[in-house]
Design a protein around this ligand. Structure first.
Ligand code: ZN
Length: 344
């Protein structure tokens, strides 16, 4: 199927909210990692989300150009081409962009979508994240409202964040302390402001103790009940059915019961990066250790071309990444939930 269009993407979100499952949103940085995600989704018959960080996009453009929008466009165009042959839907998303990065990343990509739409072509990306969590909430939402208006005009979904996700992801440092936990008051304010953009769709990354990167078990104190309290406050204030489509950041190393509980409270998108990074690299390490004498030219020898051909280990890495995606699909209860072939 082609990349999910806006209507399909909205259906995907509603489907997940209704059936209480979530989509894996996996960070990719290359053709190979994108292909690994698509393989994993297809094999477990789940729709899903492929996303690109600012750093991942710069990397994808190549070391010489080091151009974020160009790298993101390259990955997106590849996914648009190959996704047509997969029996699932995939949406394309850009991950964290702080306010100061918007003009260098998200805005050029929205402009690209605007150009494409003017030519009658489908959108480039399906959604974008604006991370204003380093700003006071009112400033965060002033920017978010403006951006949401522009996104809505172009049939794009916006992801916003309230509270702060701890630790480092692509050079973005989260704070710590109380802001790791979003308050019901914050969530009410996000709802009040963003729902003024009539008919627009958005995701909220409400933090509940999340940290980026991987930690030993027990070091991450997640409190999914924060999400429950926030959703209940919003329903009470804005009426039945007023609920957020929530995003789970920094979930690496989380206990399965915390993940499942968060899904019960309206998480429909879970970001996955660290776990798939490790899954990708692990078989490469294995390959190098097992074939040490083949991948190196030792003491004037010629090595073994079959062993140092990057395809030999990149194929293993792609397959391992696909397996890790399948595990995520299992954890998030999205196995077999694809809307592909289900018309409406
Ligand atoms: Zn994140």
């Amino acid at each position: 199927m082609p990349v999910a269009d806006y209507k399909t993407y909205c259906r995907m979100i509603d489907h997940a909210l209704e059936k209480k499952f979530a989509y894996p949103a996996i960070n990719v940085t290359s053709l190979t990692t994108a292909n690994g995600v698509l393989k994993g989704l297809a094999e477990n018959k789940s729709d899903g989300i492929i996303q690109v960080t600012t750093g991942g996009a710069a990397f994808a453009s190549g070391l010489y150009l080091n151009d974020m929008p160009l790298g993101a466009i390259s990955i997106a165009e590849h996914v648009h081409r190959v996704a047509e042959r997969y029996p699932i839907y995939v949406a394309l998303h850009t991950d964290h962009s702080l306010a100061k990065m918007l003009d260098h990343y998200v805005i050029p990509l929205i402009e690209e979508t605007e150009r494409r739409r003017a030519e009658g072509k489908p959108n480039l990306f399906s959604s974008h994240m604006f991370d204003g969590s380093d700003l006071p909430l009112n400033e965060n939402l002033d920017i978010a409202v403006k951006l949401l208006e522009r996104c809505h005009k172009n049939e794009l979904i916006l992801e916003v964040e309230s509270g702060v996700v701890g630790e480092v992801e692509d050079g973005i440092k989260g704070g710590g302390g109380e802001k790791l936990y979003t308050t019901p008051e914050d969530m009410l304010e996000v709802f009040r402001r963003l729902n003024q953009v009539k008919g627009a769709r958005y995701f909220l990354a409400a933090t509940f103790g999340n940290v980026h990167g991987v930690y030993k078990p027990g070091q991450v104190k997640l409190k999914p009940s924060i999400l429950k309290e926030g959703q209940e406050a919003v329903e009470k204030a804005f009426g039945k059915g007023a609920r957020f489509a929530l995003v789970f950041h920094g979930g690496s190393g989380s206990a399965l019961e915390d993940i499942r509980e968060a899904i019960d409270y309206g998480v429909v998108k879970m970001n996955i990066d660290t776990d798939t990074q490790y899954a990708f690299t692990r078989p490469i390490v294995d390959h190098m250790m097992k074939n040490y004498e083949g991948v190196l030219k030792i003491e004037g020898d010629v090595g073994n071309k079959e062993k140092y051909d990057p395809r030999s280990y990149m194929k293993l890495a792609e397959a391992a990444m696909a397996e890790r995606v399948k595990q995520a699909v299992n954890d998030l209860k999205s196995v077999g939930t694809t809307l592909f072939g289900i018309g409406r």
